[in-house]
Design a protein. Structure first.
Lengths: 271, 492
């Protein structure tokens, strides 16, 4: 365990714990408005202050964490669920038409700036958390397909795979039973990084009004709402801004730490 | 050695002084929206009038900053005893910016164009009662009505009835030619429009040599532009939360006035369950107006209880009839058979009164069991789905046309209020010219729509402007969409 991994794990764990806790308890109802108490700076009653409608920021951050995590998690799930099988299939039939179709399809999706397409998707199907998930998820597919294929190709040259083929196992079975476990570490690292990118993307989409719709709290929209009030009540922007930074930082550190811990080559170097 | 230096210093001082003097004869005015084009007689967009009204174009009569109607291109008029014929005498020596003379033929052309069968005038209905416009001599024109119309002079003051010339009508959208104190010089699309003083203006010469209208739609950018003194004036400042900072800054003055904008929770009167008056009454009692004014507008705005401007002498305060009372709202819903509440949609256009007000209203409706799904839309989308498509449950919008209670007499209008009694009342009002009688009828009309709880009446939109400390003569109120440059000057 490296320090990077511990720090990253702690930060990510804190956010996750906050999100889970919000399922059963928040200091206040995050949707309850108290307009006379608006724009209060942090104090004992409201740990992170109140927003422009007098809602409790701490409660909103907690529920917002849930929104972010839910969107990013499902988006990564979509990316892995579709991308990994595609990558495995492409690697198993390297050089075939199937490989070509899958990888050129990937290039096609990669060629578009992801946030622009996400905006296009939400513009066509309407803004909302579900469409944001789909938009972000689609862009995770080629990432996982590529990582899987890249990781799987050298494995296909290895003796134990050759042995499995001689034993008569089908390419599909070999992919599932031997290749997948051996690329899992790569996928975990990539998954962590994509997860942090998903949180950023959700915040970005919400910021431009295309993510989770009110009254569902969302970090990106809290930032957007704070925009004209920064000089009046800086905590309105600082609180969700720091939440996003710390979460993404935590996940990236964790991703780096995991890579160091899981990658056998790096491990050897350190020894 | 010293002499050339002195000369240089003097020249420098002189040129600097000239520069400063020059700066004081021009002004940069910012507004949020850019006009789609510059023809006020063929579009409803307020942004057009904000640039051209009383600056480039003038009508027979005009609005003053206090809301009164005064003569403009018509010097005087007489009204026949039956109230059917208005004979206008035009100002002498009025020319268009292209040098051609403005005469009765131009007036006839403009009014005939506004009321024509194929007219695209946004307020065509206002001029539909005119049966004939005839030229008596170049300085005199007679307008004949089908029936007496007490608001003709008011209607003619609108930007939609300005006098245009048949020779220049083709290019009016990009190169407007009017009779006003300022001529159009340049339009940099997406950024600014420049006007300069008309040296041949028939009336009193305005103080400023030139003016630039800048368009800044983003509230944050608006704040930055004023703070950095990139603009001298911002009319209709979009972020009320920032006004307190301008107010505390000696460099700026904040003007808080009234507009003609009744901000309402528009309700689709034909869509169940809103076709039930009990449900609409429940809505009215579920809404806490003051919370909306404080939360969305930071306190700027006057509560209203009907569709009428509070600063109008004929206004009746009916806010008590729809006071905030969530218990009563729940009871009314139960009476309507909706004790469990219901779900509806709440379409919100971009302005903060709608976006922020909508979040507050959704929270208030949730308290009485109504789930309003917030759908944020852009203006184009709003016009398409809500205004034309009538596919909505609730929406928030500010009706900024002056004296527009008449929209309730149009059953096909987007909120679809269909009450023959109200339509008859409006017909009577149009035919009434006596002021006291008109006030009584207007009071009756205000009461009728409040009794029917047609829409949720929220507040009268405030006119919020920020200007540099030395700017004088700005309209505090907005009786119509306008930025009257001729009144503006820099303090000495």
């Amino acid at each position: 365990m490296t320090r990077t991994l511990i720090l990253g794990g702690l930060l990510s764990g804190l956010v996750l714990a906050m999100a889970l806790l919000s399922l059963i308890w928040t200091p206040y109802d995050p949707a309850a408005m108290a307009i006379p108490d608006k724009l209060q700076p942090p104090d004992a009653a409201h740990w992170l202050g109140t927003d422009h409608f007098g809602r409790d920021m701490a409660s909103m951050i907690m529920v917002g964490a849930r929104t972010s995590i839910a969107v990013a998690l499902v988006a990564v799930g979509i990316g892995m669920g579709l991308g990994v099988p595609l990558g495995l299939a492409a690697a198993a039939r390297k050089g075939s038409w199937l490989d070509e179709v899958i990888m050129r399809g990937n290039d096609l999706i990669f060629a578009f700036p992801s946030l622009v397409i996400a905006i296009l998707i939400t513009a066509v199907f309407g803004p909302g958390a579900i469409n944001a998930i789909i938009a972000i998820g689609i862009f995770n597919i080629p990432v996982f397909a590529r990582v899987t294929r890249g990781g799987a190709l050298p494995l296909w040259e290895r003796d134990f795979i050759l042995a499995a083929r001689v034993a008569g196992k089908s390419r599909t079975r070999i992919s599932a039973e031997h290749i997948l476990p051996n690329v899992a570490n790569l996928l975990i690292v990539q998954g962590t990084i994509q997860f942090s990118l998903g949180i950023l993307a959700e915040a970005g989409l919400s910021y431009v009004g295309l993510g989770a719709q009110p009254p569902t709290p969302s970090w990106g929209r809290m930032l957007a709402d704070a925009q004209t009030m920064v000089s009046l009540a800086p905590h309105l922007a600082l609180v969700p801004g720091c939440a996003i930074i710390l979460t993404v930082l935590g996940l990236n550190l964790m991703g780096d730490g995991l890579r160091d811990a899981l990658d056998p080559r790096l491990r050897q170097v350190r020894r | 050695m010293t002499r050339p230096h002195l000369t240089l210093a003097l020249t420098l001082a002189a040129s600097l002084g000239a520069g400063a003097a020059l700066a004081q004869s021009t002004i940069t005015i910012a507004q949020q929206l850019e006009p789609p084009h510059l023809d006020p007689t063929s579009a409803a967009a307020q942004a057009i009038d904000q640039v051209v009204y009383a600056n480039i174009f003038e009508g027979l009569t005009r609005f003053q900053g206090d809301g009164s109607i005064t003569p403009a291109l018509a010097k005087s008029w007489t009204i026949s005893d039956d109230g059917l014929t208005y004979t206008f005498t035009l100002q002498d020596g009025v020319t268009f910016h292209d040098g051609s003379v403005m005469d009765a033929e131009d007036v006839k052309f403009s009014l005939d164009r506004a009321r024509a069968e194929d007219s695209t005038n946004a307020q065509k209905a206002l001029y539909a009662g005119i049966t004939d416009v005839s030229v008596i001599d170049p300085q005199t024109v007679a307008v004949t009505l089908a029936e007496p119309n007490g608001s003709l002079l008011f209607n003619l003051a609108w930007g939609d009835a300005v006098i245009v010339a048949p020779e220049s009508i083709g290019d009016i959208k990009t190169a407007p030619i009017g009779t006003g104190p300022y001529t159009f010089t340049n339009w940099v699309q997406g950024d600014r429009i420049e006007l300069s003083r008309n040296p041949d203006y028939w009336g009193a010469a305005p103080a400023l040599d030139s003016a630039t209208f800048k368009f800044i739609s983003d509230p944050t950018a608006a704040f930055a532009a004023v703070m950095a003194e990139d603009v001298d004036v911002f009319t209709g400042f979009p972020a009320p939360e920032n006004l307190v900072q301008f107010d505390a800054d000696p460099r700026f003055q904040v003007l808080v006035g009234s507009t003609e904008g009744e901000t309402i929770l528009s309700t689709n009167n034909q869509q169940p369950p809103f076709d039930n008056p009990l449900v609409r009454q429940a809505l009215a009692h579920a809404i806490d107006r003051q919370a909306i004014i404080d939360g969305a507008m930071f306190g700027y705005g006057t509560p209203i209880g009907t569709h009428f401007a509070p600063h109008n002498p004929a206004y009746v305060d009916l806010t008590g009839q729809s006071a905030y009372d969530p218990d009563k709202a729940r009871a009314l819903l139960a009476e309507a058979g909706l004790a469990e509440g219901f779900e509806t949609t709440l379409h919100l256009p971009p302005p903060s009164y709608a976006r922020r007000g909508g979040e507050i209203i959704a929270a208030q409706l949730a308290q009485v069991g109504i789930t309003a799904e917030i759908i944020n839309v852009e203006w184009a989308q709003w016009l398409e789905t809500v205004f034309r498509g009538k596919d909505f449950g609730l929406t928030i919008v500010s009706h900024t046309e002056p004296m527009d209670i008449g929209i309730y007499a149009r059953p096909d209008y987007y909120f679809q209020y269909d009450n023959p009694d109200f339509q008859a009342l409006m017909a009577t009002l149009t035919a009434t010219t006596d002021e006291a009688e008109r006030s009584a009828l207007l009071a009756q009309a205000q009461q009728m729509i409040a009794d029917d709880y047609v829409n949720g009446y929220l507040f009268q939109l405030a006119q919020l402007s920020v200007a540099k400390a030395g700017v004088e003569g700005l309209w505090e109120n907005a009786p119509t969409a306008a930025t009257d440059l001729s009144a503006i000057r820099w303090a000495k």
